[in-house]
Ligand binder design. Structure first.
Ligand code: G3P
Ligand code: CA
Length: 389
C-alpha cells in the first residue's frame, strides 16, 4: 500500500519531499486512522520474555518500546482489581503448590463453561500477594517462575508513570475488564471499581493515557455513560477454519452478555459496516483477533483431505498456512471513525504463517501497511523494530 493513504490528505502530499525511503519521519506516512504511527501495545507486559502480568514484565515492555502496557483485570474477594488473564489463577500462579490454599480448589462456571482450580475471587488481596507468577506457556522461559508477585491495577498505573518518566515518554495503560458478567454475578462488578481507580489518577478524559477494553458490550456501554476515556470493543472467535474463514463456536462466538440476552449477533456481526456503526456509539476503537483483518488458509494441493505440511516438519501449525488478501474490516472501521488495535502478535516460528519465513517483522509490516492503529504484541521490541525501521 502506498504510504500516502487518502486519510493523510493534502498535508501528506505537501510533505512528500521530506519523507525518507523507509516511510518518512512524518506521522502522515502511516495509513492509520489519524496518520500517526501505529501503537505498540505490550500484551500482558512483555509476555514473550517474562511471566504475564508482572511489574517486571510491564517494565521490560516499556524498556523494549511499548507505548502502552496491558493489564487484564480480575477481582479478588475483597474487590481489589489485580492483573491476571483469567479469574482461574491455577496456570498463572504457584497457588497449586501452596498447601495452605489446597482447600480452596473448587469448580466455577465462567461464561457457561465449568472450570476447576483456584479462583481470584476466593482470595483476599493480602492472600494473592503471597502468591508468585508462573509462565503459563511451556515453550517460554520458565526460569522466572515463583519470583514475581501479582500486581494490582494501581501498581501498574504507578509503574507506567514512574517508568514513563524514567524513559522520557508517556506510557499508557490499557486495562481489560475480564468476564464482566461473571464478576457482576459474584457481586464483584468491575466497572465502578475500575472507574474509581482511574479517577484517583485523574484519568477521566479522552486524552488520558488509558484505553479500556472488553469482549462484552453492555459493560462498555455502561462505561461510556460514566467516563470519556477511550473504550475498545474486543472481537474474538473460536478458531480459523482451514479455508481462512472464522470459526464461531460458543463461548467464543459472541459477547457473553449477548449469549445471556439471547441476542443473535455474533462477534463477526460487530465487524459489519452496520455493526461498526453501532460500536462507534459507545466505543472509540475495535480490538479484533488479527485473522479478522488478514486471514490465512491451509493448503491441500493433493486433495487428500488433509492440510499439506508445507515446511515438512511432520506437524501442522501456522507455518503450514498461507496468508490471504485482507478483509475490508480496517477500511470499514476507519470509515466509521474507529481505530483498530489487533491481537495477538507472537514471534515464535510456529506461530508465523509460511509467507513470513520465520521473520516476525514481516507479519507486523503486513498489518502496518494495511493500516492497523496498534498491535498487541508479546514481543514489543519486534513490533517497534518493524514499525520504526
Ligand atoms: O486484549 C487484547 C487481547 O489481549 C485479547 O486477548 O485473551 O490475550 O486477553 P487476551
Ligand atoms: Ca487482554
Amino acid at each position: 500500500m502506498s504510504p500516502f493513504h487518502t486519510k493523510a490528505g493534502l498535508l501528506a502530499l505537501a510533505s512528500i519531499a521530506l519523507l525518507t525511503a523507509c516511510g518518512g519521519d512524518g506521522d502522515d506516512a502511516y495509513p492509520t486512522l489519524t496518520g500517526d504511527k501505529p501503537l505498540v501495545l505490550g500484551h500482558r507486559g512483555a509476555s514473550g520474555y517474562l511471566p504475564d502480568h508482572t511489574l517486571e514484565g510491564y517494565k521490560k515492555a516499556i524498556e523494549l518500546g511499548a507505548d502502552f502496557i496491558e493489564p487484564d483485570l480480575v477481582a479478588t474477594k475483597d474487590g481489589a482489581l489485580i492483573a491476571r488473564h483469567e479469574p482461574n489463577i491455577t496456570s498463572t500462579t504457584d497457588v497449586a503448590q501452596r498447601p495452605e490454599f489446597a482447600a480452596r480448589k473448587t469448580k466455577k462456571v465462567v461464561d457457561g463453561v465449568e472450570e476447576e482450580g483456584w479462583f481470584a475471587s476466593d482470595f483476599t488481596l493480602a492472600e494473592i500477594k503471597t502468591l508468585r507468577a508462573v509462565q503459563p506457556l511451556a515453550e517460554r522461559d520458565q526460569s522466572h517462575n515463583g519470583k514475581y508477585p501479582i500486581p494490582t491495577l494501581e501498581e501498574v498505573l504507578d509503574l507506567a508513570k514512574t517508568e514513563g518518566a524514567r524513559v522520557g515518554r508517556t506510557v499508557g495503560v490499557y486495562p481489560e475488564t475480564k468476564h464482566p458478567t461473571y464478576h457482576g454475578n459474584l457481586g464483584l462488578k468491575l466497572e465502578d471499581r475500575l472507574l474509581a481507580v482511574l479517577a484517583k489518577y485523574g484519568y477521566t478524559s479522552k486524552t488520558s493515557p488509558v484505553i479500556v477494553q472488553s469482549f462484552e458490550v453492555s459493560n462498555l456501554k455502561y462505561l461510556r455513560t460514566k467516563t470519556q476515556v477511550r473504550l475498545v470493543q474486543l472481537v474474538d472467535a473460536d478458531d480459523v477454519k482451514p479455508d481462512g474463514s472464522m470459526s464461531l463456536v460458543a463461548p467464543y462466538d459472541k459477547p457473553y452478555d449477548f449469549a445471556l440476552a439471547g441476542d443473535p449477533r455474533t462477534f463477526a456481526s460487530l465487524l459489519t459496516p452496520e455493526g461498526l456503526k453501532e460500536v462507534k456509539t459507545y466505543a472509540d476503537g475495535i480490538g479484533p483477533w488479527k485473522p479478522y483483518l488478514i486471514p490465512s488458509k491451509q493448503v491441500d494441493a493433493n486433495n487428500d483431505g488433509k492440510p499439506d505440511d508445507l515446511n515438512g516438519d511432520g506437524k501442522i501449525d501456522e507455518r503450514d498456512r498461507v496468508m490471504l488478501p485482507p478483509t475490508a474490516v480496517v477500511k470499514n472501521a476507519h470509515a466509521a471513525g474507529l481505530f483498530v488495535h489487533a491481537y495477538t502478535f507472537r514471534s515464535e516460528a510456529r506461530r508465523l504463517a509460511s509467507d513470513f519465513k520465520g521473520d516476525p517483522k514481516a507479519e507486523y509490516k503486513l498489518f502496518y501497511d494495511l493500516g492497523v492503529d496498534g498491535v498487541f504484541s508479546d514481543f514489543p521490541d519486534h513490533a517497534k523494530a518493524a514499525r520504526d525501521h
